[in-house]
Ligand binder design. Structure first.
Ligand SMILES: Nc1nc2c(ncn2[C@@H]2O[C@H](COP(=O)(O)OP(=O)(O)OP(=O)(O)O)[C@@H](O)[C@H]2O)c(=O)[nH]1
Ligand SMILES: [Mg+2]
Length: 617
């Protein structure tokens, strides 16, 4: 469509109104999506963009939910280019303040048809100075004069940034020296994908004789720049707004218009060129560009699929955790090392509980003598002291001993290891391609749990287990133990009784003179039996710390390994599963966005509005 050319009238009646509920649904889903706590971090910038998009969706839904949507055309440009003068010229009266004082416009002016109820206007427009008219040709169009975009006055910039999202079409106004200044151009570049743009080169009377520094005429220069931005045939109107004001004032001879002046083409385009079909197509385009942007942001906040990485990380962690369990079990068992005699004694006493009668007395005595002077109580401060109860050696608090040991071990090594473990795990996760930021919190939280107490608990449980198993062995050992216990129960009294009977028989029934040896023989025999049985116990039911130690370490490693695995190993999968849910939600939303967008593409193509948009580049 050329400026002032015949408006396009092809295509069926667009059905933009049906779009409003779809946009509202998308807005709802979007809010649900980013409002809830998410595992996958969203940058503040993306969050702000999402909030902006949500507001835009709501705004568009509201603007489309009407029989005849309104088109908001916003005059935008640097200070003094003549935006307000242009609006006055278009209105045919001085509705906007135009002056040589810079910047002039502080109150944006909204020029709209008086059939439109002000409540129907976007809230950002309702706060502007309202200038109603009754020109039927501009019934569906709202013209807005905005403050300068390059303002030094921050409140002006603020006003503009609140208004700009409402614009369907930006009428980018420039003048001979100000069509391409930095701020304006940056703003144009930022919005060119989202909004329709048409261009006005005002003060055309001054442009004709003023080539820029490169020697090009301002309009040719601007057209070249726009071409660079993908605008093959931009709508560019060369105007002299001030002259049209003077002509309207009708004072004396109307000033002559310079050659190529196109103010009337601009008026015709606004009045007739933007047909209902084009308006709806522009609206549709605005929405589809909004959806496109939404889709792009959803791509950036969509968590990656980390299932594969989680699997790999988990198996890498399994190795580290198993090594860690070995080391920890070693450290804990080593901490018991200084108390090995006490532990052996404890186990010996536990084993002796099976023996009764004479053998029990003998074993008790031997143990007392063997470990004479060796008391845990004296060496270990937290064990009950003699005279404070717990006199029986079997009442020693083994649990307190192990707790103490693990505390000592904790002080020395384990605390340092526990602190270092998350780092080792995270480094491994990174090697497997799992983003660290996603695992950091859960891994640290797992490391914060009271591991010292958990290790102590494990130590006590395993010690009890080993003790139980040792006291009640299984298989061949069980039969050996039962045999020795049986022998210990019967053989000593029988041997003693037999020896005594022999002594009595010899004393009463024979004339043999009794020697001291004969008298001592029952006791000697008894002692020999005790010693033999003791040797059997030592040989077949050994009480070596070494063998307890290995068994102990083995079981402790399994227990620590189970604890560590339970706390750390599931983390990558749990995180990946949480992300998969978020991902599913975002992909679903993206699918919905694309469905609406493809429906819209058909609407856009119904009217020839391509000149208002640069191609993607
Ligand atoms: N020579 C010439 N002067 C013009 C033309 N249009 C506007 N002016 C003058 O340019 C000056 C600035 O015009 P405004 O309409 O206030 O400019 P503005 O873009 O609204 O400026 P801000 O409100 O500050 O953003 C006024 O003194 C106008 O008389 C034109 O076509 N030719
Ligand atoms: Mg102004």
């Amino acid at each position: 469509m050329e400026p002032g050319g015949t408006p396009s009238t092809i295509g069926a009646e667009p059905l933009l109104r049906t779009l409003a509920p779809a946009l509202r649904r998308l807005e709802d889903r979007l809010r649900q999506c980013y409002a809830r706590a998410r595992r996958y971090p969203v940058s503040l910038l993306n969050l702000a963009t999402l909030e902006g998009l949500e507001t835009d969706l709501r705004r568009q839904a509201q603007a489309l939910d009407v029989e005849r949507p309104l088109l908001v055309i916003m005059l935008m440009g640097g200070t003094g280019v003549g935006k307000s003068t242009l609006l006055n010229a278009l209105a045919g009266e001085a509705i906007a303040e135009a002056s040589f004082v810079r910047p002039t416009t502080r109150d944006p002016v909204v020029y709209y048809h008086d059939s439109i109820k002000p409540e129907r206007l976007d809230p950002a427009l309702q706060q502007c100075r309202l200038a109603p008219h009754h020109r039927a040709s501009l019934e569906q169009k709202i013209l807005v004069d905005t403050p300068d975009l390059d303002s030094n006055d921050l409140s002006n910039r603020d006003k503009l940034s609140r208004l700009l999202p409402v614009a369907d079409v930006v009428l980018y106004v420039g003048s001979q020296e100000k069509y391409h200044d930095r701020l304006g151009w940056e703003l144009f570049l930022r919005h060119r994908q989202r909004r329709a743009f048409a261009f006005v080169l005002n003060k055309w009377d001054r442009c004709l004789g003023s080539p820029d520094s490169s020697g090009a005429r301002p309009d040719a220069d601007l057209l070249a720049d726009l071409l660079g931005q993908g605008f093959q045939h931009p709508l560019l109107f060369r105007t002299c707004a001030q002259l049209w004001i003077e002509r309207a004032a009708g004072n004396g001879q109307p000033p002559a218009l310079p050659q190529g002046e196109q103010f009337q083409d601009l008026v015709r385009w606004l009045e007739e060129g933007l047909t209902r079909l084009e308006i709806e197509a522009i609206k549709a385009r605005g929405v589809s560009q909004l959806l496109h942007q939404l889709s792009e942001v959803l791509d950036t906040i969509c968590p990656p699929d980390l299932e594969e990485q989680a699997r790999k990380t988990e198996s890498a962690w399994a190795k580290i955790l198993s090594e860690e369990a070995s080391v920890i079990a070693g450290v804990l068992v080593n901490s018991l090392e200084p108390y090995q005699r006490e532990i052996e004694q404890h186990f010996a006493l536990q084993g002796q509980r099976h023996f009764r009668g004479l053998m029990a007395g003998y074993l008790h005595l031997v143990t007392r003598i063997k470990y004479l002077g060796n008391t845990m109580r004296r060496r270990i401060p937290f064990l009950p002291q003699a005279g404070q109860g717990g006199n029986s050696p079997t009442a020693w608090d083994l649990a307190a001993l192990t707790r103490n040991c693990s505390a000592v071990a904790g002080d020395r090594h384990l605390d340092a290891r526990t602190k270092a473990l998350p780092n080792r795990l995270l480094i491994e996760a990174e090697k497997e391609g799992f983003p660290l930021a996603l695992l950091n919190d859960s891994t640290e939280a797992a490391a914060q749990s009271n591991w010292r107490q958990r290790y102590a608990q494990g130590l006590v449980e395993i010690l009890n287990q080993v003790e139980r198993d040792w006291a009640r062995p299984s298989g061949l050992k069980r039969w050996l133990q039962a045999g020795i216990i049986w022998l210990a129960e019967w053989v000593p009294p029988l041997v003693f009784l037999a020896a005594c009977a022999r002594l009595l028989w010899r004393y009463f029934m024979t004339d043999a003179k009794l020697e001291l040896f004969d008298v001592a023989l029952p006791v000697v025999m008894l002692l020999m039996v005790f010693v033999t049985l003791h040797v059997l116990i030592v040989l077949f039911l050994p009480l070596r710390w070494r063998s307890i130690r290995n068994e102990f370490e083995h079981r402790l490693k399994a227990s620590v390994s189970k604890e560590l695995d339970g706390a750390f190993k599931p983390i990558p999968t749990q995180v990946a599963q949480g992300l998969a849910q978020e991902r599913q939600q975002i992909l679903q939303l993206k699918e919905d966005v694309q469905e609406v967008a493809s429906w819209l593409r058909g609407r856009e193509q119904a009217a020839g509005i391509t000149a208002l948009y640069g191609s993607e580049n």
